[in-house]
Design a protein around this ligand. Structure first.
Ligand code: DAH
Length: 334
């Protein structure tokens, strides 16, 4: 046996004993990883010892090779065991630290909610969809034809004064109501039809507690054979019942709209007072003619209401300007 051989063997044995002790004493995974690199890495102690193999008699090499492998495997297995032990300890500690106490009181976070105007629109849509209506819409920038003419309101018609209009230099206008959606929809569809059309409308009104220059309406229209004013009354009664959550008394007051005949304004008895909530009527034959329907065959019902007005009644809001103010002190009360 050459001295070099014994030397290498001693070095390997020492490495093994030392390493096993060191592995057992490491307390966390990073330290353990450092050890692994230190002993088994490319530039680690084992590789360094093995560099000495070059000087050995070729006959002695297999013996050292076998011992080196044995040491390497022993260290690998020790490292692995220690790694697993440390990992489970770490997981256990983490689980303990993160235990949830489900009996702790919750933390209050302020929650957003649907704006009252959107809520009224959403609920109206739900109610009419439940009655078989389809949602329709039209542009806010309208032509005189759709906003007035086709709705039986020619240029010299006194009813134009009812709605102060914002005109554009090109003669177009900002729609003063959602009724033009009736025309646009009928032009593209054949009866029977039922639509509910929510949307923004514009009027040159002086802004005060009950008037805004921009507000919202919801329009309904149904056209079929044999639709009567009775259908209109039943439909609106059901709408009000669902909207207010109770079956309230309704009052149909004779009124005038160019696009309906007969026309009515509807009041709801709410908290002891009669409140006007919508306009309605049987579709005027001239409106049906304007879209090419035969008024001898088809009849229709129509109605429109102001969203702000209904929201003010339902949520007891005293000033229309509040619903646009985005003032959280106000919105949070709803
Ligand atoms: N367009 C009317 C307005 O803005 C409201 C209205 C009345 C709509 C009667 C209708 C209706 O569909 O039949 O004042």
């Amino acid at each position: 046996m050459t001295t070099q051989l014994t030397d290498l063997e001693t070095q390997l044995q020492t490495l093994r004993t030392e390493a096993i002790g060191a592995i057992a004493s490491r307390e966390n995974l990073e330290q353990l990883e450092q050890l692994r690199v230190n002993y088994l890495g490319k530039k680690g102690q084992l590789s360094q010892i093995l560099r000495g193999m070059g000087k050995l008699d070729p006959g002695d090499r297999p013996r050292i090779g076998a011992l080196a492998n044995e040491v390497k495997e022993a260290l690998q297995s020790e490292l692995e065991q220690r790694h697993n032990a440390l990992l489970s300890a770490q997981i256990e500690a983490q689980l303990k630290a993160e235990t949830l106490d489900v009996t702790m009181p919750g933390v209050y976070r302020p929650q957003g909610r649907v704006h009252p105007l959107n809520e009224v629109i959403d609920r109206a849509i739900d109610i009419f969809v439940g009655l078989g209506y389809t949602v329709a819409s039209g542009p806010e920038l309208e032509s005189d034809y759709y906003n007035f003419e086709a709705l039986n309101t020619p240029a010299d018609h006194p009813a134009r004064d009812m709605q102060d209009t914002f005109y554009l230099p090109d003669g177009n206008l900002l729609r003063t109501h959602t009724s033009p959606v009736q025309i646009r929809y009928m032009e593209k569809h054949e009866p029977p039809l039922r639509i509910v059309a929510p949307g923004r409308v514009y009027r040159r009104d002086t802004v005060d507690a009950t008037h805004a220059a921009v507000f919202h309406q919801v329009e309904i229209l149904a056209v079929d054979k044999g639709i009567t004013f009775c259908d209109l009354k039943g439909t609106l009664k059901e709408f009000v019942r669902q909207m207010f959550g109770v079956d309230l008394p309704l009052r149909f007051r004779p009124s005038y709209f160019p696009f309906t005949e007969p026309s009515a304004e509807v009041d709801v008895q709410w908290q002891g007072k009669w409140l006007e909530v919508l306009g309605c009527g049987s579709v005027d034959p001239n409106v049906l003619k304007a879209v090419g329907y035969d008024p001898e065959v088809y009849t229709g019902l129509a109605a429109g209401f102001g969203v702000e007005r209904l929201a003010m009644v339902l949520y007891e809001i005293d000033d229309i300007r509040r619903v646009y103010s985005s003032d959280l002190r106000f919105l949070q009360q709803l």
